[in-house]
Design a binder for this molecule. Structure first.
Ligand SMILES: [Cu+2]
Length: 117
């Protein structure tokens, strides 16, 4: 009888410990969301044309124009497909540096992402 009670309380303790670990892990993941930033494409312009982000940030470009655009890195590190109106392209900048980019359909459209810790 006593043995049965002890086993039960041990199981309860394991359950409580599991619940604590799960709530701690979910609190940590809530506290540190993956950094994200946005660039809109409007009227043949990248907004903002110069954007500074921390390493690990995912930048998402959204085409707000009625005509197609692309997002192409000058150093070739990223390249979108042709983005129709409302389409998005995302790239995660892992390392610090300065990344110039342009629209291959309208090369006068340029922008820069600065990745700085
Ligand atoms: Cu364009």
């Amino acid at each position: 009888m006593t043995r049965g009670v002890k086993t039960l309380s041990f199981q309860a303790a394991v359950l409580v410990a599991c619940a604590l670990i799960i709530s701690t892990v979910s609190a940590i993941s809530r506290a540190a969301p993956a950094p994200a930033a946005a660039v809109s494409i409007d009227n043949f312009t990248f907004k903002a044309p110069l954007l500074t982000v921390k390493p690990g940030t995912t930048v998402t470009w959204t085409n707000g124009d009625d005509i197609p655009h692309t997002v192409v890195a000058k150093d070739g590190s990223f390249k979108s497909n042709v983005l129709d109106s409302g389409d998005r392209f995302s790239f995660t900048f892992a390392k610090p540096g300065q990344f110039g980019y342009f629209c291959s359909l309208h090369p006068h459209m340029t922008g820069t992402i600065v990745v700085k810790a």
